[in-house]
Ligand binder design. Structure first.
Ligand code: GLN
Length: 202
């Protein structure tokens, strides 16, 4: 049996880390830069990086429109950090003219944790992820400020040592779209990638 074919949008960001985690979990992978590379994908990962840059490059590479269409048509997707921003229908504190691909009925706030807690790590319990909390790495991360009725909240920051961060939504799922504020791809814990592959196979 061959694994599902998962693309990683490879315009900017931590593409290699996602490719490695997906391969480790048995997926076939493809770095995606051009529209034609979307054709036969079973799912796509939008990496962490810089959402304003990914937005601009997606238009320059003319991959934005076909990707938005595939997402609307139900292509399963997982976005981490900047990838979460790209999947959000609404962004607060976006760059000038910043656009997203959309797909998740959420409002995200960019760089939400602010200067005091710019980057931090915290153990978080996530619904649907067995085997104990996930060690979450946040790097100038967004949080989910509002989530629509179809969105399942999978996790929040708890007891991080940063009162301003505690209680904030940092992992969500809507149908077969998954997003985390943090970067599972920079740790050796592949449970979230496995969870995504289970969504793809559903
Ligand atoms: N680590 C990240 O992906 C940071 C996201 C970045 N702050 C953005 O706005 O896109």
């Amino acid at each position: 049996m061959t694994g599902p074919l998962i693309g990683v949008l490879a315009l900017q960001g931590d593409v290699r880390e996602h490719l490695a985690a997906l391969s480790h979990c048995g997926a076939r992978t493809r770095a995606v830069r051009r529209p034609g590379e979307l054709a036969d994908l079973d799912g796509i990962v939008l990496p962490g990086g810089e959402s304003t840059t990914i937005d601009k490059l997606s238009r320059i590479f003319e991959v934005r429109e076909p990707l938005v269409e595939r997402l609307r048509a139900g292509l399963p997707a997982f976005g981490s950090c900047a990838g979460m921003i790209m999947l959000a229908d609404r962004v607060l504190d976006g760059g000038p003219g910043q656009q997203t691909f959309g797909g998740l009925d959420i409002t995200v706030r960019r760089n939400a944790f602010g200067r005091q807690v710019d980057s931090f790590e915290s153990d978080v319990d996530l619904a649907g992820i067995d085997g104990g909390p996930v060690h979450a790495v946040f790097i100038r991360a967004p949080w989910v400020e509002e989530a629509g009725p179809e969105v399942q909240v999978l996790g929040r920051v708890e007891q991080s040592g940063h009162p301003a961060a505690d209680g904030r939504i940092i992992a969500v799922r809507q149908g077969r779209i998954l997003a985390t504020s943090f970067h599972p791809e920079v740790t050796s814990d592949v449970r979230i990638h496995r969870f995504f592959l289970d969504l793809v196979r559903q």
